[in-house]
Each structure stands twice: as C-alpha cells, then as structure tokens.
Unconditional design. Structure first.
Length: 365
C-alpha cells in the first residue's frame, strides 16, 4: 500500500487543465521511484454543483479529510454566477478550509531571474527575491461577530465588522512562521497595527512571547502600512512576514505581484499538527482562479500549480530535495525561454499548457 495519499480536486475552468499536468508529474515521480503517491480525484466548485447540487459532496469532504494532502486547482466561472449563495463554487473552498482547520496560509513570492524583467519594479529590486508571507486564515475581521448592517431608521445604516483574536490563534500562527523561518533566513517580521488597534497590541505581545522559544530568530515588528510601503521599496529586506487575516490578504497580494503573472503564484494552507502523527492537514493551490477567458484552450500556465505541488512535497511529505529539484526544473525551463502566453516575452518560445508541463517533467530526468 502506498504510504502517501493525495486527493486531487481539479475544480473548474483551467483547474482541470493544470491538474492534468500534475497527474503526469505524479506518474513520472512514482515511475522513477522518487515517490509512492496514491491518489484519488473528486469534484469541487461548479462541477460539483452540476453533479450533486452542492459545492463539494460529503463523500469528497471525507476523502479530503482522510488524505495526507489536498491538491486543489481552481473553482468558479460565469456559468455558476447565479447559483444560490451557500452552494456557489467558492463555498467548496471555504468548507475545505474550515473542516480541515487550515489556519495558516503560506504565500511565497519568488522571483525567477528569467522573469525579473517582467516585474513592475526595477529588475535589481526583485531579482533573487524569495519571501514568504504567513497569513492567519481562519480568524480576525472576516469571521468576527457581530458582523452586520443595521438600519438606523433615519435614512442611515451602520455596518459593523469585528476584528477579534484570541492569544492561542496568534501563538500558533507565530510558531508556524518561526518554524518556517528556521528552515530559511531565520528572520521574521510581524506586521500589525498596534498603534491604533487593540488586536494589534495583543498580536505583538503574543508573537514576542512565542519568539522567546526561538532564540535564533531575528524578530522584527513592523506596522502593516509600513510593511506595504517597504514591500515595494525594498522587498529583499524580508524573509518571512507573519500577519493577520486582513493585512495578510492585502500584503500577500502585493508581495506576490512583485514577481509577475498570476499564473506563477503558488500557495499552501496548513492546519494544526495531529497530536498522534504530527502530520498537519494541508491544501495546496495556485493563487489564480479558473480563468474562464482562456479555459478549454490548453494555454493556461501550469507553473503555479507545479510550484504548489512542490510546496506539498516540502511541507506535507518532508521531501525537501525533491521540492527543490522541481523548483529548479521550473526555473531551468524559464531560462530555456519557454513561455505560456501570460508570461510571453520577446525572443521566447510560446508553448501550450501540456508542452510546459512536459518540459518541466523532462528536466527532472
Ligand atoms: P483569474 O485568476 O481566474 O483570472 C485573472 C486573469 O489572469 C485572467 O485574464 C486569466 O486568464 C489570467 N490567468 C489566471 N491564471 C492563469 C494561468 N494559470 N495561466 C494563464 N493566465 C492566467 O481571476 P478572475 O478572472 O477574477 O476569476 C475567474 C473565476 O475564478 C471567478 O469565478 C472567480 O470567482 C474564480 N476564482 C477562484 C479562485 C480559487 O479557486 N481559489 C481564486 C480567484 C478567483
């Protein structure tokens, strides 16, 4: 019996096209003896709604909970714009995040040197960039209660969102950031707004407290607005940045776009370690959506999906060398001048989704 299990959820639109490349990759890795993955596939998003009337079926939720890692493509598209709110495609992803307890969202921003010219920042600012934003994903203002709009009866309304964090939520995300930083540059910036928000005061207090258990980590506090400014002024000063759900949403998008196209950006979401096995529930997905404008044409960029798979190798299976090999293969193919349409540059060769997948797999040897 294979010891490592994956559950693939391709989803909608280009999700199915990029996941087909992942299946080729798994077949190659298993065939070469590098891995022994067993995998199953399910439906999520619009395709699950068409088949079952829900964004993910209970059976597939069960499989996601049982797997060592979930590999997710993308969901949504105009076909499902008018389905009821609670079964809309995104509800499948939200259910997975909630039921798997995925509180830590990891968004790397790595600038491949072959693409440094494509960044909106000057080449010297982004070339060699490798930063990791760790965003708290299940708490804060997106979930805090009360969350409501009240009619004040005088022609006015009042909207309330509640930013709320308990210390355990801050402590566990801080420790994820410290643990990851220990495998990288050992530097962590914690971003909050403690100058104007009580949740920021507690955030800073708990992060510093947790930091005492990591004496090797160079821990810095930064106000979230300054973090935004510094990310575009001098992004290479950062290694790992840990922040809450709201600031993380914004800062991770800003950091990610330093490196170019949406088609290049991976992500991972991790839960708490299982007390018995030490394994974390985990979901890996590209940052981009289902790209309905190019779906079905075989031209989507599979690199974000492959880079997400590399994160799975590293964080769910401890296959650090293999993850590095896959990332190097991606970088080498870009150096060779192969490009999907979204990252096309003068003098490069335009390839399809499948050709890009094949070229990366071929580099693995
Ligand atoms: P999108 O990320 O799907 O596309 C934005 C633009 O980037 C499009 O022009 C698209 O062609 C391009 N693009 C994205 N990924 C690409 C890739 N791998 N290769 C080449 N080009 C790529 O965002 P959108 O258009 O705002 O949303 C489309 C649908 O996706 C909507 O239904 C939205 O709700 C959904 N969505 C899903 C997720 C998710 O599944 N996690 C995330 C974002 C959006």
């Amino acid at each position: 019996m294979a010891s490592n299990t994956l559950f693939l959820l391709p989803g909608d639109g280009i999700g199915t096209e990029i996941m087909a490349e992942v299946e080729k990759l798994i077949a190659h890795l298993n065939g070469s003896g590098a891995t022994d993955f067993a995998y199953d596939k399910g439906l999520v998003g619009g395709c699950a709604y068409d088949a079952h009337g829900v964004a993910i079926s209970e059976e597939d939720m069960g499989k996601a909970l049982a797997a060592d890692a979930v590999i997710f493509g993308a969901v949504g598209g105009p076909k499902w714009d008018d389905v009821p709110y609670d079964v809309r495609p995104e509800a499948g992803l939200l259910r997975l995040r909630k039921d798997l307890g995925l509180f830590a969202n990891l968004r790397p921003a790595i600038c491949y040197s072959a693409l440094a010219d494509a960044s909106s920042l000057k080449k010297e600012l982004v070339e060699g960039l490798d930063i990791l934003i760790v965003r708290e994903l299940t708490g804060g203002v997106y979930f805090g209660e009360p969350k409501e709009i009240t009619d004040l009866g005088n022609g006015q309304k009042r909207a309330v969102d509640t930013q709320v964090y308990e210390s355990y939520e801050i402590d566990r995300i801080a420790r994820v950031a410290f643990d990851l930083a220990m495998t990288r540059g050992k530097k962590v910036h914690s971003a909050d707004k403690k100058n104007v928000m009580k949740s920021g005061v507690l955030w800073d207090e708990v992060v510093k407290q947790a930091g005492r258990d990591y004496p090797e980590i160079d821990l810095h506090h930064i106000l979230a607005d300054n973090a935004a400014m510094q990310l575009v002024r001098n992004p290479k000063q950062f290694d790992v940045m840990v922040t809450d759900n709201l600031f993380g949403d914004i800062l991770s998008d800003a950091a990610a776009m330093l490196t170019g196209s949406l088609g290049m950006l991976p992500s991972a979401s991790l839960g708490a370690p299982d007390p018995a096995t030490g394994k974390r529930k985990a979901l890996y997905e590209p940052v981009h959506g289902s790209a309905p404008d190019i779906a079905g044409q075989g031209i989507a960029n599979p690199i974000a999906m492959f880079a997400s798979f590399a994160m799975a190798l590293r964080y769910s299976f401890g296959m650090v060398d293999l993850a590095g090999k896959l990332e190097t293969a991606i970088s080498d193919v870009l150096e060779d001048g192969l490009r999907t349409g979204d990252i096309m540059q003068t003098g490069c060769r335009k390839v399809t989704t499948s050709e890009m997948g094949d070229a990366i797999i071929a580099k693995l040897g």
